[in-house]
Design a protein around this ligand. Structure first.
Ligand SMILES: C[S@@+](CC[C@H](N)C(=O)[O-])C[C@H]1O[C@@H](n2cnc3c(N)ncnc32)[C@H](O)[C@@H]1O
Length: 254
């Protein structure tokens, strides 16, 4: 298989991942077909959790709860163990049925192989903790129940553990793929599981969001996309997109 797009950090192939020799990597970060829409390519690629088991020890998989429940046995049978889930909260979403809650989130599950302690993972933090502060609690009036004045110290301050639910704006109308993820919903997963300079695989590249996020973070990425129109769109995004933090919320239409 010949690269469709290549730069210092990213190699994108147009072709089915099944037809490629996938290199050993640090992590797989992907958004497979969920098998939930009438899109021509949207059928669950049978056997892929098994195929990925020899590629990397960490596997982040985006999907809906329905998809994860329907296929979790395939991951377990392939030797993957479940670690945790991460939720991308969208600013809007889709109602697949008029009588249900409008779904404004997607779930990424982390599966791993081997011993957790041997697995590369960083403690995920955000720099938005409230500064340590001494606050005085006012005395309540008698009618509110008696409570004396007291002081307490907020233990917050400095970086704090990143929340497992992250709001990232989706940009319907700007996406070049019908289920495009925003870069900001994928970047934390790559940073968590792949060391700087490490290698990420995406067997279902779509418009190349994983590859763009990996490159932003100084990680390498090898990605595969079966459809030429999407491979072309991904190559175009990769060629055009200079690093721009404002683009981290860009690009969803899922
Ligand atoms: C859910 S989309 C990925 C969207 C991507 N996360 C993005 O942000 O653009 C899944 C993609 O996998 C591709 N695909 C399906 N089966 C494949 C296979 N066997 N090998 C490679 N790509 C495949 C589809 O054409 C589709 O573009």
């Amino acid at each position: 298989m010949k690269p469709y797009y290549e730069d210092d950090l990213v190699t994108l192939y147009h072709g089915r991942y099944e037809d490629a020799e996938i290199p050993a990597a640090d992590a797989i970060v992907t958004d497979p077909p969920y098998g939930e829409t009438s899109l021509e390519w949207d059928t669950w690629p049978t056997g892929w959790p098994d195929a990925m088991a020899t590629v990397a020890p960490s596997l982040w998989v985006y999907g809906s709860m329905r998809m994860h429940l329907a296929h979790s046995r395939e991951f377990i049978a392939a030797g993957w163990q479940f670690s945790q889930d991460f939720i991308w909260e969208k600013h809007n979403g889709s109602g697949l049925a008029a009588d249900r809650f409008r779904r404004v989130h997607e779930i990424a599950n982390l599966w791993y192989r081997g011993e957790w302690r041997d697995l590369y993972h960083v403690t995920p933090t955000t720099p938005d903790a409230t500064p340590r502060a001494l606050r005085r609690r006012a005395t309540k009036g008698e009618h509110q129940g008696s409570r004396g004045a007291s002081d307490y110290v907020s233990e917050d301050g400095g970086p704090r553990l990143m929340r497992s639910v992250q709001y990232v704006r989706s940009t319907h109308g700007h996406a070049v793929h019908p289920t495009q993820k925003p870069v900001g919903a994928v970047a934390p997963l790559i940073e968590y599981s792949t060391p700087p300079g490490g290698l990420v695989i995406d067997p279902f590249a779509g418009s190349g969001t994983t590859a763009i996020a990996a490159r932003h973070l100084g990680r390498r990425c090898v990605a595969y996309e079966a459809r030429e129109d999407y491979a072309e769109a991904a190559a175009h995004r990769l060629a055009q997109q200079a690093f721009d933090f404002s683009s981290l919320g860009d690009g969803d239409a899922a």
